[in-house]
Design a protein around this ligand. Structure first.
Ligand code: SAM
Length: 191
């Protein structure tokens, strides 16, 4: 079944959130890329919308790990999505913490390794670079970065885009950007 056949039903839940954090067509591309994956780590999950959609096409019982600060306005939605994914038999773990902390990294390492890592936390060059060093570089299949789009001069809007562009010089990669002006876009670094 093509991803898009089941995606839009799943997307309805995300669309109802107060803010939009994903372009659905870009998310479909990520769902297609991660199809059948056995493990997925997301750094920065907010309400869990990406996890909800990506999981639908992962292997049954796959391990899904989310790292976030668990801000109160967003956490109830993430928690509900984690519970619903558990009910779908996924092996879900939510790690509350700052991705750069030793404690968080130890908790994540104990749950790894991961085929896929999706980096969507703090978008500064420094933090995205550290998330790559601590997590993305260890992905066995691919590491994707969110929000890598560029302005009219070709300069990335966010530091995470700079990190992606540098890695893209030495790794096979894919770029999925529907509309750069949305300042979103997904960049995939293949291992
Ligand atoms: C852009 S939102 C993530 C959206 C989510 N990936 C999605 O597609 O629905 C960024 C999230 O990253 C979290 N965050 C930012 N910096 C972080 C860090 N250093 N460690 C852990 N979480 C972080 C924030 O709490 C926020 O929920």
């Amino acid at each position: 079944m093509p991803v898009a056949d089941g995606f839009w039903e799943r997307w309805k839940r995300i669309e109802a959130f107060p803010e939009r954090v994903q372009n659905p067509l870009e998310l479909i591309a990520l769902c297609e890329a991660t199809w059948g994956a056995n493990s997925f780590l997301e750094i920065g999950s907010k309400r869990g919308g990406t996890l909800w959609c990506v999981a639908a096409h992962m292997a049954k019982g796959a391990r899904i790990v989310s790292v976030d600060l668990h801000h109160p306005p967003f956490y109830p939605d993430l928690s509900a999505i984690a519970d619903d994914l558990r009910n779908e038999s996924f092996d879900v773990h939510t790690v509350r913490g700052y991705s750069q902390s030793v404690t968080t990294q130890a908790a994540v390492d104990a749950l790894g390794p991961f085929e896929w890592v999706f980096i969507d936390g703090n978008h500064t060059r420094e933090c995205a670079g550290n998330d790559w060093a601590r997590y993305g570089s260890k992905a066995t299949k691919a590491c994707a970065f969110h929000d890598i789009a560029w302005d009219q001069t070709g300069r990335p809007f966010h530091g995470c885009g700079e990190v992606f562009n540098e890695l893209a010089k030495s790794y096979a990669h894919d770029v999925v950007v529907v509309d750069p002006a949305e300042q979103m876009g997904i960049g995939i670094i293949w291992k």
